[in-house]
Ligand binder design. Structure first.
Ligand SMILES: [Zn+2]
Length: 499
């Protein structure tokens, strides 16, 4: 962005960069996009626009800035793509799960949904096709009978549970399997040229191959890397611009011991499960792979996703750390339908993955000031207290692995305090927009209160049962069931409100 005489020049190295520069200019005028859709827009009204002389060049600290969602396409997906671009995220995942099993959206269904592909392309964003997609490239239904040797040997059996679910892996030493996978990726890429990154993530879970040929290669990661190398090299010869992403996860978490990774087109995504130590990151950075990114859970994982959670400090620490190490980016798992529960994390993640040197307090003050306006102070106090309470279900993180773990076994006074802090925010909210935003936070906290009461009843009932105080135990169990039902009703009532 540069002022030249009476004009402002907004330009970037690519179309996407120019668009992001335009958003940066609008931010200077006070515009913010704190939440997907109109609801989260902050657009000030001004009769005149004034700019101080501008001469600013920005470059993102990380080149891969994305979410790992289980892309069930909804009418809200376009809002989400728009939010991502306005907050300078640059890559959109389209899962390649088989439609059956995960009930996921096949790539073709994504493309057939009107407007979505167009929304991504007009913003110049990248598309990653994949996630846990071994069985998309090697469908058990097609190959299990005629090529059982493609499937992992586990406990003496080939393709254990291969037909039933996505849990078993492939026999990575099989050369024909790698050739076939490469051919299928090439065919897919020609039919879907908009896909920039193709995932070769292993299936979720364990079940890595124990055959002699795989063992002879080295560790389980080495066997997986032989397969990745064969596929990536073949794809590179035909389509050098396509990137192949793979996953450091489960049995293949540790960096390879013997093999160098083919380094022309590969992206290693390191899942924070098991929690990666810095040495694991360094090992992958030295493995020969082209780029290394982190797979995070800043928006929780699966259990009780509707509990509110704030972890700005953990995000800040981690992004600063991995930036210094030289990682290419982060993909954070999330879901579309519970944005409110993690809204502050989305904001901090997007800001800091663009520029992790920004002071966290400025990033937060900017968010609270714009999103909660007159209620900024009390809402900041609410979220700071929430952050101090930790996490209400599992999450993993390089830097603060332990600090962000928590569960509902917390004193009632902490839940009450949280509730009180939100009430102060509610009282301070004068405008309609801010009241609507805090109302969603209220829905989250009410759910947390119900869930806490349910857990409290279960804990008390367990103690009473152990002490053989049956009538009191039954009373607590009945209380738990009643509140459990209220929890379900609450979720049902607000299911469409992105909480
Ligand atoms: Zn094998």
């Amino acid at each position: 962005m540069k002022t030249v005489g009476p004009n402002i020049v907004v330009a970037g190295a690519t179309g996407r960069a120019t668009l992001y520069a335009a958003y940066a200019l609008l931010e200077r005028l006070g515009c913010r996009w704190c939440f997907p859709g109109k609801y989260g827009e902050v657009i000030p009204k001004r009769s005149t626009l004034k700019f101080a002389p501008l001469n600013q060049i920005e470059k993102p600290a990380f080149s891969y800035r994305t979410f790992m969602h289980h892309a069930f396409v909804t009418e809200e997906t376009a809002d989400w793509i728009d939010w991502m671009a306005k907050n300078r995220m640059n890559c959109f995942l389209v899962t390649l799960y088989p439609a059956k099993g995960y009930k996921g959206q096949l790539y073709s269904e994504f493309k057939q949904t009107p407007g979505l592909l167009e929304a991504i392309q007009k913003r110049g964003m990248l598309i990653e096709a994949g996630h846990h997609a071994s069985y998309v490239w090697t469908p058990p239904k097609e190959f299990y009978e005629k090529k059982p040797e493609f499937f992992a040997l586990v406990n003496g059996k080939r393709g254990l549970v291969a037909i039933e679910g996505p849990r078993a892996q492939l026999c990575f030493s099989n050369e024909e399997l790698a050739e076939l996978t490469a051919e299928r990726i090439i065919t897919f890429s020609r039919a879907n040229p908009e896909a920039d990154i193709i995932s070769l993530y292993t299936n979720d879970g364990y079940g890595y191959c124990e055959c002699e040929a795989c063992k002879a290669i080295g560790s389980k990661t080495d066997a997986y890397m032989l397969y990745i190398n064969r596929v990536a090299e073949r794809v590179y010869k035909v389509l050098p611009d396509k990137r192949i992403s793979f996953l450091s996860y489960s049995h293949a978490s540790a960096p390879p011991e013997r093999l160098k990774v083919f380094g022309k087109n590969t992206l290693c995504t390191i899942a924070t499960w098991p929690p990666p130590k810095v040495n694991r990151l360094k090992g992958w950075l030295a493995s020969g792979v082209k780029e290394v990114a982190l797979y995070e859970y800043y928006m929780g994982s699966y259990s009780d996703r509707s509990f509110p959670w704030a972890c700005p400090k953990a995000i800040d620490d981690e992004l600063k750390t991995i930036h210094k190490l030289g990682l290419a980016g982060v993909a954070s798992q999330c879901e579309l339908d519970n944005w409110t529960a993690y809204a502050v994390n989305y904001w901090v993640f997007a800001r800091l993955i663009w520029n992790p040197t920004l002071p966290l307090e400025d990033v937060l003050a900017d968010y609270y000031g714009h999103y909660y306006a007159e209620a900024a102070g009390p809402m900041q106090a609410y979220f700071e207290y929430l952050e101090s309470m930790g996490r209400f279900s599992y999450s993993w993180n390089v830097v603060e692995e332990k600090k962000i773990r928590c569960n509902l076994n917390i004193p009632e006074k902490k839940i009450r305090k949280l509730d009180e802090l939100l009430s102060v925010g509610e009282k301070a909210a004068a405008g309609k927009a801010v009241r609507a935003r805090i109302r969603r936070d209220r829905i989250c906290i009410d759910y947390l209160k119900l869930a806490w009461t349910r857990e409290d009843a279960a804990r008390k009932a367990t103690k009473l049962l152990a002490a053989a105080q049956l009538p009191d135990a039954v009373e607590q169990l009945q209380r738990g069931v009643k509140v459990g039902r209220a929890c379900l009703e609450h979720l049902q009532r607000y299911r469409n409100e992105r909480v």
